[in-house]
Design a protein around this ligand. Structure first.
Ligand code: FAD
Length: 443
């Protein structure tokens, strides 16, 4: 039997694809886990809610804004989706400063401010500053100068990506790394604070239930009989356009594959051997994090904190309950702590060490605040944009599309993106499939 479009994966990309395909279209969605949502799921323990670390919704696309508006109807008074003005801080050199570092040097020790300011001015005067950067470390040096690079950009990104910034190409970062003007850097250094910079000056978030509420709202709009949970894609045969899912064989005219690209490719039994090295070249780093619950309110009012210095075993700490109080019981706090260690860890030692560091960094009043700290891991977190990245994608993507497979989403497209991007990718692939030249079969 031909099932039309097979959507593999029930994260936001797969769900958005399903939502945007016309009701008359033949499609089925298969999710390997018991619950849809993928990285946008929320865990609840004893009245504390935790996403897979902070999942704040930043919207810029008018179509997605109106979709989210439809999913969360009601006016401000019905409080389904809350708009939060970002309070992001950085902890370094023993002080808290505002984000982004490069435009908010005020409050840092004078020696650090002068090193950063002089470095920024020198970088601007250097004729090479406008030349294309060789890699992300070079991008930081050329655009921000040595001081800002040394005190924030390089150590923070080394902890975040789990690889040295010199291994990462510069191409990924233009949208996500705000570059201020000299005037803003100087104003930020003397405390004449510039307006919030960057792509995420405010964000939206469900008033109740964590980010998974967004997932539920989409699922409610889809026909239940076409959503298959606990259904893992095991094998694909390109020649016959057949997929084995949960032991059953399905023919497809098109497949929207949102599982990680290497996982997809390794399931294709007739993938030509010359493509295998490209699959093997794809790199991604995992992330470990702690869900932390405290029996007292958070010590500070920020939503998240960047911690660049190597001596701290985490690079970002977020406070869900500061953004949305329902994320913790009254008088308590719910946090996420993103850990820099990717290698082997001694779990028994890890939590006490992290708690000490959280107290030292001023996140917690004391270790006694703790109710529980649960360690979690995201296997696929950050795709590494190294030199092999673009050749691998250039070889794999057109080949798969020629065979009716459309890899989409953060890990399907093998990229760095946001929830909104995934909603857009789902919408756009649905439009592509239903266009006159698309591959969609009517039900
Ligand atoms: C640490 C971290 C923090 C983030 N913070 C933010 C943020 O603040 N704001 C923001 O907008 N975005 C954030 N993101 C990005 C956001 O999580 C993703 O862009 C988005 O959730 C990805 O959705 P997806 O559907 O493409 O992939 P996924 O969510 O990974 O969905 C893929 C689905 O496929 C399923 N699957 C896998 N293998 C198979 C198989 N063989 N068969 C069937 N199903 C399979 C999985 O179980 C999963 O449900 C963050 C991401 C990370 C890692």
């Amino acid at each position: 039997m031909d099932d039309g479009v097979l959507i593999v994966g029930g994260g936001l990309t797969g769900l958005s694809t399903a939502l945007h395909l016309p009701a008359s279209a033949s499609w089925q969605l298969f999710e390997k886990d018991a619950r849809p949502g993928g990285h946008a799921r929320t865990e609840c323990r004893d009245g504390f809610y935790f996403d897979k670390t902070g999942h704040w919704l930043h919207l810029r696309d008018p179509g997605i804004m109106s979709l989210v508006g439809e999913l969360f109807p009601g006016d401000r008074s019905s409080h389904e989706l809350t708009k939060v003005d970002r309070k992001a801080r950085i902890y370094s050199s023993g002080v808290l400063t505002r984000y982004p570092f490069q435009a908010n040097l005020f409050g840092l020790p004078p020696s650090v401010i002068s090193e950063c300011l002089l470095g920024f001015i020198e970088a601007q005067q250097d004729a090479r500053s406008t030349e294309p950067a060789q890699n992300f470390a070079d991008f930081c040096d050329k655009r921000f100068g040595k001081g800002i690079s040394r005190h924030f950009m390089l150590p923070y990104n080394r902890k975040l990506w789990g690889v040295d910034p010199s291994e990462i190409t510069a191409a990924w970062c233009s949208r996500f790394v705000p570059i201020p003007k000299l005037a803003d850097v100087v104003k930020g250094a003397v405390g004449d604070t510039p307006p919030e910079l960057g792509y995420n000056a405010h964000f939206l978030y469900p008033r109740e239930g964590g980010i998974e509420t967004l997932v539920h709202r989409i699922v409610e709009k889809l026909p239940k009989e076409r959503l298959h949970k606990g259904a893992e894609l095991q094998q694909v045969e390109l020649q016959t356009k057949t997929a084995v899912i949960g032991g059953d064989r399905h023919r497809y005219s098109a497949m929207v594959a949102t599982l990680p690209l290497p996982e997809l490719c390794r399931r294709i039994i007739d993938l030509p051997s010359h493509l295998v090295p490209f699959v093997d070249a794809l790199r991604c780093t995992p992330v470990r994090y702690l869900n932390v619950a405290t029996k007292v309110p958070p010590r500070s009012d920020y939503h998240w904190l960047y911690v660049p210095e190597e001596k701290y075993p985490f690079y970002r700490v977020g406070v869900y309950s500061n953004a949305v109080p329902s994320m913790a019981p009254p008088g308590c706090g719910s946090f996420y702590v993103e850990l820099s260690e990717r290698g082997s860890i001694d779990v028994a030692k890890l939590v006490p060490d992290v708690l000490d560091a959280l107290v030292a960094a001023g996140v917690l009043h004391s270790k006694e605040d703790l109710l529980f700290a649960d360690l979690r891991e995201i296997e696929y977190a950050y795709v590494v944009f190294d030199d092999n990245y673009y050749p691998a994608l250039a070889a794999l993507m057109p080949f798969l599309e020629q065979h009716g497979i459309y890899p989409r989403g953060r890990y399907g497209s093998w990229t760095y993106n946001s929830m909104e991007d995934c909603l857009m990718l789902g919408r756009d692939v649905a439009a592509q499939l239903t266009s006159p030249s698309g591959m969609l079969k009517k039900k």
